[in-house]
Write a protein that binds this ligand. Sequence first.
Ligand code: PEP
Ligand code: MG
Length: 896
Amino acid sequence: MAERHVFGFGRGWADGDGEMKDVLGGKGAGLAAMARAGVPVPPGFTISTAVCNLYQRDGAVPAAVEAEIAAALAKVEAETGRRLGDPDDPLLLSVRSGARFSMPGMMNTILNLGLNERTVRGLIRRSGRPRFAWDCYRRFVHMFGEVALGIDGARFEALLSEQKRRAGVSLDTELSAEDLEAVTRAGLALVEELTGAPLPSDPREQLRRSRDAVFDSWWAPRAAYYRQMEKIPDDLGTAANVQAMVFGNLGPDSATGVGFTRDPATGEPVLYGEFLLDAQGEDVVSGARTPEPLARLAETLPAAHAELAATVRRLEGLLGDLQDFEFTVERGQLYLLQTRNGKRTGTAAVRIAVDLVAEGKIDEKTAVSRVSPEQLEQLLHPVFAPASLAALTPIARGIAASPGAAVGRAALSADAAVLAAKDGPVILVRPETTADDIHGMDAAVGILTAVGGASSHAAVVARGMGRPCVAGAGHLDAIAEGDWLSLDGTTGEVFRGRAETLPPDPRSPAFASLMAMADRIRGDFGVRANVDTPADARRARELGAEGIGLCRTEHMFFAEERVRHMRAMILADDEASRRAALARLLPLQRADFIGIFEAMDGLPVVIRTLDPPLHEFLPPRDELQLDVARLAHATPAERAELAARHGLSATELDLTLPALLARVSDLHEMNPMLGHRGCRLGISYPEITEMQVRAIAEAALEVTRGGGRPVPEIMIPLVGDVAELRHQRAIAERVIAEIESETGIALGVKIGTMIEIPRAALTADAIASAAEFFSFGTNDLTQTTYGMSRDDYGKFAPRYRELGIFKDDPFAVLDPEGVGRLLEMGVLRGRGARPGLEVGVCGEHGGEPRSIAFCHRIGLDYVSCSPYRVPIARLAAAQAVLAAAGESGGEARRTV
Ligand code: PEP
Ligand code: MG
């Protein structure tokens, strides 16, 4: 049997089906699926995509296909009870393109085909509405002239405008039947004048030419360009869908409308949409008349409304997702013209996914793969009301460093931010941030920096605080103190002015259900949080963290009174005074650990020993140099100001300030990121490691005595050589052993290391001999693998973005080919030397969905991210598990 090229469909039957998108195109497959499901669609047939290629090759549609078309047309005539070209009761047709992939902008459509001088009279008789019939004919002449004959559409529009002017009216709807007849005749004359021949009056020829025009449109330059851009192969071809016309403008028992099976903003399970009585599809969207809510259709056309509600509900069940549909009621008879998966907000996405599971329409895996991490993010952070952004001027764009929308007045320094925050919301605007800016960041509702990337200080701290942040936005000179700014940390955009924000909604029951489903799917692929305070630990646990993957102990030293002890420790000349300062820090740190262990009772808490270079805790060198210079000639008032700012007494000033400068100069480094930091500090000053381990062990002891179940783990940062780790490990083991033997309580503290220097990954087998767990610090590992400072990257990142040198920002999305290979090597070598070694990731990538999928593929045990990203990570982890099992394709297969 010859290959079939024409696939008919009608009430309750179809030759094709919903899976045949390659053959029927997206639209044709959708129509076939609906028809098969018994949904009332106007009958018709789809000419396959292969014919498009045959037509291109041969310059004509093969005779065998013409015969198939004739047979399919006869079926449409039989089902509608009308014939094409019948002068008494003509069948009218539409012809539409429809490729495998939607290609907006190239869709060619011709409506009302089948009209001519004789059939228009039949249409008038049948409808009893001359105005309607002439309007149909007018539209056909316009569309056929434009699409099939290549005449500029504006020429037909001009004829319509001219007639309105003559009739003295301003709206199309005010034109009479006679006016529309005149426009139609003028259009026919225009065709003859421009093409040298009359518009074909034979409906079959009209059909052939319309069909060929649809195929030609596939090869038009704009379509070819679009395909090249979207990487759609040329030889896919488009299908041509021929369908009986139905009319929503045949009187008060006709209507047309659009809708959703559920509210696409909230997800509420109510029929949502609008319609117009006695109107055509385009009237609903054109805004010429105000449509009515769908609920009103139940009053005006109750039978049609009931059938519509039942039909779309059934369609939704069949397709397993929210449907966005178009319908027409022609003299009381309902027709569905189109249905497709509907777009929705994050809130609606979660609610709909969960409700569809409860209704038995989809399974949990489908529900979890249906909600994107971006949609979930909308629930966790405020977003801008899109309409309110339209009026604002974009002034900068940077790296979307910490999600959420924030509106406030610009403050150009941390101190200014704290002051201004008393009067209203503030956005902290800085070239970049340092530990000195923490109080300003805390006072601000959003943070904006000129330089720095996705793992710069600003980004890491803002994410930890759950504060929106845009980093590396370039020159911000145009922003003045007090300017109103609207900052979108989800997109990286910054606007001048005040946008309206919509609040987050993370506590809905639907959110909790979806998270529970995600947790069941991800199983033992864990999600932990990066947390530095007891309050954040509680928050992280509420959001579902299964432990702490990284506690950055230095963040505990930034608070006002602690930094004083920290400075005293750093400025100490000898070990004895250093130990004295450390002794004052110990109880403070122990108290924090107690709070964190209590919040995370029974769950692992990985605590990292001090990491950043010491000068981060001291005033900046330039500032000190200035102050020391001023000291010589200072007035008493100025001396008082200097003393207050440095927390010194007036008598201390003359001695201490120069000493401070000398120490700061001493500690000054050309490249602090690669300098005296990480385990190097603990090796230079073992007493720091000692104090920290003691604080951890004593805290664990106290919580244990109170009946709690602390699970402390100690992590050594920035190790490149196993000897460094051994050194620090020996100290930790000694302190723990001392405490255990004093108390007789076994603490069982594991000691592990960060893998964040390429050499650590390369020698992971040796390192594993001294580490009970690994955690990849992908921030430093990315920085050191690329040899690209995470703080300076923002300076050239815009250029890299512009040129597309990096497909993704490697500080935001884990680089699978380079950095990722080091991770793989680290896992293999580490577990080779120590089978079953626990391995996680705690760099910023631990909260990024594609990086999470990579971590799952290479066999990591868990990811760890800032508390506010924990839900995103739980969802992304579940999706990674589904993808690995090949079970996340549900969405694509289900579109109509
Ligand atoms: C890392 O380097 O990835 C890491 C988690 O540590 P930090 O960002 O504190 O250097
Ligand atoms: Mg690091």
